[in-house]
Design a protein around this ligand. Sequence first.
Ligand SMILES: [Zn+2]
Ligand SMILES: [Zn+2]
Length: 219
Amino acid sequence: MDRRQFLQASSIIVMAACLPGRLRAAEKKKLYLQPMGVKLSDKDVAMVKEALREFYAFEVVDLPRIKMPKSAWYSPRKRWRAEKILDVLEELAPKDAHRILGLTGQDISTTKGKYEDWGVMGLASIDGLAGVMSMLRCRKSARNRKHARIRFAKVAVHEIGHTLGLPHCPTRGCLMEDAKGRASTCDREYDFCDNCRKALKKWNRPIPAFPKIPWPRPK
Ligand SMILES: [Zn+2]
Ligand SMILES: [Zn+2]
């Protein structure tokens, strides 16, 4: 197992003289969103964009949609290998990319322990350039499209958290919690816990102190 962390789901960033949130767009580091393949709506991408803008002081930039990379096709299970998609995203990333996040509605998987091919919601390199995530498992047992979309956006904040160095967090309800195979874990998540937020601050990651969180606080 390499340093890539994933949300398992069988059933399922710069401190300057002023606050990061007030930095002009040109001064912000760039986070590119790369939509891939079919089965993902523009609304799904827009929700991810909104969440990432609130949680991280990045300039979030859309890239034009591309096809799923052929090199990632896993024919025995007719789905796509997440670690191979990360390799492609690292190649594709524009030179000024601080981070890049692939978004898809297709099924993605990776090797987990003794499981050769395990379906995941997302995969990202710890302190690395790229992450990738799938909407597929967010839709399972979701009340409606908006509910699935909120889960998807939470996974996006989670995966980018990994790329900024955060491991899984033991605090229940923290956005860095391990989903442990269930998309519904996202439903009890709201914000980073104090420990995760402190870690990001300590590492000078571009995070605003008071995000306008774009989903309701779980009851
Ligand atoms: Zn994770
Ligand atoms: Zn935490």
